[in-house]
Design a protein around this ligand. Structure first.
Ligand SMILES: Cc1cc2nc3c(=O)[nH]c(=O)nc-3n(C[C@H](O)[C@H](O)[C@H](O)COP(=O)(O)O)c2cc1C
Length: 348
């Protein structure tokens, strides 16, 4: 998997370990709730970094796939998996598309997203913006109330589901195991919170902050829903309940509630940005499914075997964190809240 990042400021301290540590978070340790593919991703930095700092030149990174079994995808030459991208891909690319691992519709595409997100996060740390995500729903099991971000940061990665409440995490993991045992799969919801975002980032119409977030979020495979703040919940309440009242606290303008999720008119409001991302149940399931044989142009039955995720949500938590970081870093650079050159190197 290649990642090419252009426009990163010079002078950002960057080592391979900064990116590797983020990639390692993509793999929940408990293989009973994820795919048996271990995908130990080792990243290399090929360009754009010199003596431990970014140079301002494009940064190229490479992550090799170590655990591949391309034969698992052989039967896709004839049939289209229901719920996967095989059929529209074949039509768009005339059948020349790479089938292995799902090709460009593979969950592997989340590797370069995390790589780019690791660098975006380092940029955001320069101005104390922190982004954190956690699982708030698996199938019908919900985390009813999100804890403070400090708790999310401390607890979410202590369990393989990436949920900030250990008891709920156990129930979620059990549901994934149960559904996997039935030869089926489940979806869920990831919540992401960005704190320390200054007011006024974004644009009122094109490139509005929520539109940019939605666009990149929907580029993550298996995403089917996106909400900012109360989201669809705002459609069920009155204006008097939905409006976030303003107040002055410690000399700053704040709102006493945050139903807007930190974005008003496409611009950051200065309150935490809160988004939720809905993932569908992955399509690759060993149960019999109705499909078509594209060569014979006849109905057919398929069982999708191979090493697939019964639920993509645990792996997707750091991915959501990464895409939010990428959008915020872009907008910070555009607004020159983050400078084009960070610091100055001594001569000699
Ligand atoms: C981290 C991650 C892992 C995924 N793994 C699988 C998988 O093992 N099996 C599968 O059918 N889909 C998996 N997907 C989802 C497919 O890539 C996705 O459903 C497919 O590209 C079709 O696109 P769409 O669902 O966005 O319409 C994964 C997605 C993510 C984010």
């Amino acid at each position: 998997m290649g990642t090419l990042i252009d426009g990163c400021p010079a002078g950002l301290r960057l080592g391979v370990e900064d990116v590797q540590s983020e990639l390692d978070r993509r793999l929940p340790p408990d293989t009973t709730i994820t795919s048996a593919r271990r995908e130990k991703d080792e990243v290399q930095i090929l360009s754009g970094v010199f003596e431990g700092f970014t140079t301002g030149a494009p940064i190229t990174l490479l992550t090799l796939n170590r655990d591949v079994r391309s034969q698992d995808y052989d039967k896709l030459r004839l049939i289209a998996r229901p719920g996967h991208a095989d059929f529209p891909m074949r039509i768009k690319y005339g059948g020349f598309n790479d089938l292995r691992g799902g090709g460009r519709a593979s969950g592997r595409l989340t590797v370069p997203i995390i790589v780019a997100g690791a660098i975006a996060k380092k940029l955001l740390h320069q101005i104390q913006i922190q982004v954190v995500a956690h699982t708030v729903q698996i199938h019908t099991i919900r985390l009813e109330r999100s804890p403070p971000t400090e708790t999310i940061r401390r607890v979410a990665y202590t369990n393989s589901v990436r949920c900030s409440d250990p008891a709920t995490a156990d129930r979620m993991a059990e549901r994934i195991r149960q559904v996997k045992g039935e030869g089926d799969s489940v979806g869920g919801v990831v919540e992401c919170i960005a704190e320390g975002v200054p007011a006024g980032l974004g644009d009122p119409f094109f490139d509005s902050l929520d539109a940019d977030l939605a666009k990149i979020v929907f580029s993550i495979p298996a995403v089917k829903g996106f909400e900012v703040g109360l989201g669809f919940g705002a459609a069920e309440i009155k204006g008097s309940e939905n409006n976030d009242p303003y107040a002055i606290r410690e000399g700053e303008v704040v709102t006493l509630t945050n139903n807007a999720g930190g974005i008003l008119g496409g611009l950051s409001s200065g309150m935490p940005i809160v988004v939720r991302v809905g993932f569908k149940p992955p399509s690759s399931i060993p149960k019999d499914q109705q499909t078509v044989n594209l060569k014979e142009m006849k109905d057919a039955i398929v069982q999708v075997t191979g090493r697939h995720d019964p639920c993509v949500v645990p792996k997707a938590v750091p991915v959501v964190e990464a895409v939010v970081a990428i959008v915020l870093a872009d907008h910070c650079l555009r607004a020159q809240v983050i400078p084009r050159v960070i610091g100055k190197k001594e001569i000699g």
